[in-house]
Design a protein around this ligand. Sequence first.
Ligand code: ZN
Length: 203
Amino acid sequence: MKIICIGRNYAKHIEELANEKPKNPVIFLKPDSAILAKKQPFFIPPFSNEIHYEVEILIKINKVGKYIDQKFAHKYYDEIGLGIDFTARDVQADCKEKGLPWEKAKAFDGSAVIGNFVAKENLGDLENLNFSLQKNETIVQNGNTNTMLWKIDDLIAYVSQYFTLKKGDVIFTGTPAGVGKVKENDILTGRIENQQFFSIKIK
Ligand code: ZN
């Protein structure tokens, strides 16, 4: 399987990182080795002093597809989840400055937290989902899918022009505002509406 990530999909997050608003979705990939094993803590890697959490809605692809039309995109996923796109922000800043690819900052081992998935029918309106990330006792990120610049079906149509989607692939749909740094012993808990999708410890 592969992990396809979308960058800059929420206007307020673009502003907080002082990025330019893109004309098309920003896409990058993570290898399957980036997946944090279930129930394992996240270990801060030695090459970064600034690991940021980014909570994101996930889509699990249910069948193979290429050049998927936006109006048929809903047939390519049955389940929605929640995860974290861990980012070595200091490494990413260096990559951006030098115009280099982002993999070292975004695709390292453990950088993809993939929480639980639920059937999309059980979530109601996918274009109006509240989701959040709690760090210890504080809610640090609050998002709603109605503020996505590109909706789920738009993303599937766009991404599938470049990459054949296969059963089991996961799309990370971008993070809302509020990204920040983790430190040892933090506990990160992700929710869609009031339902918990993951809880992980930082080491
Ligand atoms: Zn992200």
